[in-house]
Design a binder for this molecule. Structure first.
Ligand code: ADP
Ligand code: MG
Length: 585
């Protein structure tokens, strides 16, 4: 059998987008899985230890390599997939740069075993730094096994920079899922520390989606099918009811390659217009097939960005395809906001505001500070750093209302010398955030027992997230037991009693949320997430008492100026500045 890997001539390799491919274990996973796919494998097994830090192994039953190709594969710009520059503009394989194995082998120890189809020789190659050993092996199945060990062993800065095992495993699972979704006709396996996380049999796309994301998703999938001369669009979109507060369930593939595209994403979101609650994102698994000569994948080394020749037309084709599918499934009338009152209810926390203990915030949130009484307005005043609020209760205009709401969005109040305009939703986020953070730090939460415990069947992803965050959500008041993959929630934090508990619990287990935003701890991330989920929304009329509660509690927070996501909560208009406008009057 002949060798097929060649080093690309310089004039080709120079034109290929260069840059670092390996940022973390998940990048290695992506590259190795793509190689197995390009080798026509029908079964691919991914084995990792310590979330890839100790071992990443991919075993496939693909074409295999000759001894020479095995050696060649670790050279820079060595590839069997393209030959000249024209090929770069009609890529049909996942890889083409010939760089992945070269760069992976420069920062790890490697053992590759391969048997080329139709031959009877199996070879083993070991690489440790400059040390290369290649031997014949007695027996093996056709295909290739690559072990990548001790990633970044010689780049301590990189190694130390890796996140916790939990976060790295999440990234690995994301890479794995993206590839498993685009190749449902390949059998995949993922094993971490000897535990099988996924076993995905060869299947159709619909079954592949539900074997990854759980059975519940299946009944909410709407098929998508559109054929035009420019592109073929297929896959599934999720019913609007299953939309999420994060972009978790958004998967877009072009010629089976997972990509990110702002304009297509915009086109998809736009098609759902009027069907989603504020701040919610639709879910989708969309596959575009486009003539490879009409796209450019050579934009960035990780190949998740691509350029399209005809963006505008693609935008409208996508948009109408989705509207069409939504229409066929008659989602539109069901979601009529006039009729479907329940759509409004979930995050209505107005009731929570009236309930006294509900959003009680302790001014002495800082566990190192001695407790202060949050009813004592005078004492709170002195805490407010810049003194803007010194006279908040001492308004000169005694008879006028001190607090009112405008546009169902802002609460306006005054001090002796300024007007303060508070964004109600951001203010409430801050209040809730400090409350949740405090209860998880002090383990001081209260729980409210449920008369009817709630049962939720978890997906594998959710199970992994839950294992990581269970102590924290316990500390904020969720009491539950886990049996196999079923969670039984027995008690909840009292503040969420008027909300859809199941939905909130599942939002907490949403896999993407814990690594997107950087933060100093998981408790902090969870407090942020809870505050966002439960805060009152804009467009909500508030009673005077509620407005007062918000203002009082906001200014007894540690950091009343900024929301948990660092947005400015209020602005002040100084009387002096106002007066300037009227100098000539
Ligand atoms: P690229 O995939 O861009 O060609 P890589 O560095 O990832 O570059 O791989 C180099 C070459 O090694 C590939 O072109 C392919 O010929 C060979 N190769 C890598 N992995 C496998 C595999 N699992 N099975 C067969 N051949 C492989
Ligand atoms: Mg490759």
């Amino acid at each position: 059998m002949s060798d097929i890997i060649k080093i690309l001539p310089a004039e080709v390799s120079n034109k290929i987008a260069a840059g670092e491919v390996v940022q973390r274990p998940a990048s290695v996973v992506k590259e190795l899985l793509e190689n197995s796919i390009d080798a026509n494998s029908t079964k691919i097994k991914l084995i990792v230890k310590d979330s890839g830090k100790t071992l990443i192994q991919v075993v496939d039953n693909g074409d295999g390599m000759t001894k020479n190709d095995m050696k060649m594969s670790f050279m820079k710009h060595a590839t069997s997939k393209i030959k000249d520059i024209d090929d770069v503009f009609s890529i049909t394989s996942m890889g083409f740069r010939g760089e992945a194995l070269a760069s992976i082998s420069s920062i790890s120890n490697i053992e590759m075993i391969s048997k080329k189809k139709g031959t009877d020789k199996t070879n083993i190659i070991s690489l440790e730094g400059d040390n290369i050993v290649i031997k014949e092996s007695v027996f093996s199945e056709e295909g290739t096994s690559i072990k990548v060990m001790n990633l970044f062993y010689n780049v301590p800065a990189r190694r130390n920079f890796l996140k916790s095992d939990f976060v790295e495993l999440r990234h690995i699972i994301d890479s794995f899922n993206r590839i498993a979704l685009s190749y449902p006709d390949i059998e995949f396996n993922l094993i971490n520390n000897d535990e099988e996380l996924f076993y995905l049999k060869k299947n159709n796309l619909r079954k592949r989606i539900s074997s990854i994301f759980g059975r519940k998703i299946d009944e909410n999938l709407i098929p998508l099918n559109e054929k035009t001369s420019l592109a073929k669009i297929s896959g599934f979109i999720l019913k609007p009811q299953l939309s999420k507060k994060s972009r978790t369930n958004q998967f877009l593939f072009v010629n089976k390659r997972y990509i990110k595209s702002q304009f297509l994403n915009h086109s998809i979101n736009n098609a759902y217009d009027g069907l989603l609650r504020d701040g919610y994102f639709p879910g989708y698994f969309i596959f575009l097939e486009i003539n490879p000569t009409k796209i450019d994948v050579n934009v960035h080394p990780n190949k998740t960005e691509i350029k399209f020749e005809d963006e505008q037309n693609l935008y409208s084709i996508m948009n109408s395809a989705i509207k069409h599918s939504l229409g066929i499934y008659q989602i539109t009338p069901v979601l009529d906001f006039e009729k479907e009152a329940s759509m409004e209810l979930p995050y209505n926390s107005q009731k929570n505001l009236i309930k006294e203990p509900a959003i009680e915030v302790d001014s002495g949130f800082n566990p190192f500070e001695k407790e202060k009484n949050n009813d004592d307005w005078q004492e709170l005043e002195s805490k407010i750093e810049d003194g803007i609020f010194d006279k908040i209760n001492n308004n000169e205009e005694v008879d006028s209302p001190k607090i009112f709401q405008v546009f169902n969005k802002y609460i306006i109040t005054t001090t002796g010398s300024s007007v303060i305009i508070v964004d109600q939703s951001l203010a409430h986020q801050r209040i809730l955030y400090e409350q949740f953070l405090k209860s998880s730090v002090n383990n001081s939460s209260k729980s409210q027992k449920l008369i009817f415990p709630i049962e939720i069947e978890l997906t594998k992803n959710q199970e992994i997230v839950l294992a990581e965050i269970k102590d924290i959500i316990d500390s904020i008041g969720f009491k539950f037991t886990v049996n196999e993959r079923v969670v039984i929630i027995n008690a909840i934090p009292p503040i969420i009693s008027d909300n859809p508990i199941e939905e909130i619990f599942e939002d907490l287990l949403d896999n993407n949320s814990y690594n997107l935003k950087e933060s100093f701890s998981l408790s902090d991330l969870i407090a942020k997430k809870m505050s966002k989920l439960l805060s009152i929304k804009n467009d909500k009329p508030l009673k005077l008492k509620e407005q007062q509660t918000i203002i009082n509690q906001l200014f007894s927070c540690k950091e009343p100026k900024l929301s948990p996501f660092n947005k400015q909560i209020f602005v002040t208009l100084d009387r002096k500045d106002l007066d300037k406008n009227f100098l000539n009057g």
